[in-house]
Every structure is written in structure tokens, then in C-alpha cells.
Design a protein around this ligand. Structure first.
Ligand SMILES: [Mg+2]
Length: 361
């Protein structure tokens, strides 16, 4: 069955993609959030010409071909655009076969344990500890992630001492048994990252994310080699060869592809497979409650090397409110993988009606 049209429903933060096959069946996907309107233009202008008329079911081959054909334009925007196409095609395939996407790749819809992921640095250690404790009591999150250092901060903390203060306060609030993750968002040089890692070990932190600027694989490897705490990363990367290097040189202990950044579900699975081949855990990045979190639920329910807890943001982003007919719910620290065909969710028609519309056919 061939691809007949590719439609986008665009806002600045968010774009949903609808692919229609020759027989009129439709699948929905999504482009990575933020400046998503630019990625939608890339989808129509650079990707649609390769995809229209192509076989709907040969998803991996098509996404690989799109990236190869556009090899003069590697990186973020091409991968975001391809991710929109890829995720719509997986939904279409699931709907055609009457199966959930996670079933298509060897999983089963089930309850997934999530970690509550804080996105904030502009919060005092006391307030962060208080809200995380409240969320633990209310929703039963089995683990949490908090922010340390500064985003690409070159060793400068938000203010001197904040990183240790927030780790100490949150550890005290959630107790010794709850797994605690931290994310440095590329904030540290190797020497400072290793020193920080030793501090984190004293508080039982079990996941040290993106300690060094993410392109500096050798720096990250120095940190991973020096510490016992697992060093993690990969959310920013889009090139599968870079992932292969990162995994094979053990720059990280846990790899974290983002389905929408890396170019879709197929490519994220490819990264998980590379990791599985060397016995490495894959804990995908999923930092907002758009369709990204739904794609990620399907992924972790299907791959054999998923981490114990999946990322689930604790922030309330207004632009992710009320997107789907089937709201996501955290209960006892778990979220159910939607059970319907495809991704198992329906984007609200009124959201689509209010977005900017474009079609390639
Ligand atoms: Mg991160």
C-alpha cells in the first residue's frame, strides 16, 4: 500500500502529522516539540517528495532513505521531520493490522513504571524537595530525577553549592530507598564532573545524566570510567553512527535516545538494539507529555533492555494540556501503555481544527 498524502497540523510548539494511504486509512504521528513549525516545513519541502508513493509498511527503509537522500542537511531538523513521518506510519501500520505499535515490535501493552522528572533549576532545594515528596505521596512515583549544575554551564552552578543542596534535600525527603537520578545537562568539564559524581555517590544517586557537553564523547567517557555511578546520555544526538561510537566506546553506561529527536520510533529502536548487543540499558528521553511520552511507553514495553523506570515529566506545560481523548494517568507510579490499535490515542479534533494546516499529496 502506497503513501497518498502527508498532512501537518502546526503550532509553534507542536505539530501532528497525518499520513493517508491509497485505501484511505490514516495514521497520526508527531514532530518533536519546539520550533516544530520549522520542522513541518522541512517535512513538506524535503521529506514528502521521497515519501509520497512509497510503501507504507517499509518504514525503516523509508526513513533511512529520507535521511540518506538529504545527506547534505544532516542533523536535527531533518530528523525531527522524518520522526513525524515515521511515527505516523507506525500508527497506520498498527491500525491496518489491528495491533498496538508495541505489539508490532514484540511487546504487549502493560503498566510501565515511571520516574518523576523535574525540569527546574529555578526552584529552591527546599521547594523542590517539598513538591517531590508531595508527588511521591500522591502518585506513588518509584523514582525521581532532579537537575544539578547549569545547562551548558562550564562548571558554574546556578549559585555556589546548589547542586549538593538540592540532592541532599530531595534525598532526605524521599528516603534512602527511592532511586534518585540527576541531570547535569552538559554542565561540567570532566574534572568537575568526576568530583560531582563522588558527591552524588554519597547520596546514593544511581543515574548521572549528561555530565559533560554532549558532543564531547571522550570527556563523558573519562567521567564514566572514573565513577561507579552509571553515566547516561544521548538525548541530543541524531546520528546513528555517533550512537554506535558512543555505545561501543562506552562513553555512557546507559543510552538515552529521544524518539522525536533521533528521527522516529524505527531509529530509536535501532539505538536500543545497538545497546542491547553490548548489554547496555536504554532509558529513552521523554521530557514532555506530548505524543512523545506515548511513543516512549510503547518502546519501553517492547525492548528487552529498558531501564527500570521511564521518564515522565512532573511539569505542567500548558501546550500539552488536553491533547488526547485518552488522558495519561499516573497511578501507583505506573502509566498504562494505550491499548488500542496503533499508538492507541486520538488527538482532539478541536486541537487539529485550530492548528495551521498543510498537505503534500
Ligand atoms: Mg537530560
Amino acid at each position: 500500500m502506497k503513501i497518498k498524502s502527508i498532512e501537518t497540523f502546526t503550532t509553534r510548539n507542536l505539530v501532528f502529522v497525518r499520513v493517508t494511504s491509497e485505501d484511505g486509512l490514516q495514521g497520526y504521528g508527531q514532530i518533536a516539540p519546539y520550533h516544530a513549525n520549522i520542522s513541518a516545513l522541512v517535512l513538506h519541502q524535503q521529506i514528502a517528495p521521497h515519501a509520497l508513493g512509497a510503501d507504507c509498511d517499509a518504514i525503516e527503509a523509508l526513513t533511512a532513505a529520507c535521511i540518506w537522500e538529504e545527506h547534505k542537511f544532516p542533523g536535527s531538523y531533518i530528523c525531527r521531520a522524518v520522526g513525524g513521518l515515521d511515527t505516523a506510519l507506525w500508527d497506520l501500520k498498527g491500525k491496518r493490522l489491528g495491533k498496538s505499535v508495541c505489539e508490532l515490535v514484540g511487546g504487549k501493552p502493560r503498566q510501565v513504571e515511571v520516574y518523576g522528572s523535574s525540569m527546574k533549576r529555578d526552584i529552591s532545594p527546599e521547594d523542590e524537595a517539598e513538591r517531590i515528596k508531595r508527588l511521591q505521596d500522591t502518585y506513588g512515583y518509584g523514582a525521581f530525577k532532579i537537575r544539578i549544575a547549569s545547562n551548558f554551564g562550564n562548571d558554574v552552578d546556578v549559585y555556589p553549592g546548589r547542586s549538593e543542596q538540592v540532592v541532599k534535600a530531595v534525598r532526605k525527603a524521599i528516603g534512602d530507598k527511592t532511586p534518585l537520578y540527576v541531570d547535569a545537562n552538559s554542565g561540567l568539564t570532566p574534572r568537575k564532573a568526576i568530583e560531582t559524581g563522588r558527591m552524588l555517590a554519597q547520596y546514593g544517586v544511581c543515574h548521572f545524566e549528561e555530565p559533560c557537553p554532549y558532543t564531547e564523547l571522550e570527556w563523558t567517557k573519562q567521567v564514566a570510567d572514573a565513577l561507579d555511578i552509571p553515566v547516561t546520555g544521548g538525548e541530543q544526538d541524531t546520528d546513528l553512527a555517533q550512537f554506535r561510537r558512543m555505545i561501543n566506546m562506552r562513553a555512557v553506561d546507559i543510552v538515552q535516545p529521544d524518539i522525536c529527536y533521533v528521527g522516529g520510533f524505527s531509529r530509536a529502536l535501532e539505538v536500543a538494539k545497538m545497546a542491547a548487543a553490548v548489554g547496555m540499558t536504554c532509558t529513552p528521553h521523554a521530557a514532555n507529555l506530548s505524543m512523545l511520552t506515548i511513543f516512549t511507553l510503547h518502546m519501553v514495553a517492547a525492548i528487552p533492555n529498558a531501564g527500570t523506570h521511564m521518564e515522565y515529566t512532573i511539569e505542567q506545560d500548558a501546550w500539552t494540556n488536553n491533547l488526547f481523548m485518552e488522558p495519561l494517568v499516573v497511578r501507583d507510579g505506573k502509566v498504562q501503555v494505550p491499548e488500542g490499535a496503533g499508538w492507541g490515542v486520538t488527538v482532539r479534533p478541536e486541537w487539529l481544527a485550530n492548528a495551521d494546516y498543510q498537505i503534500s499529496e
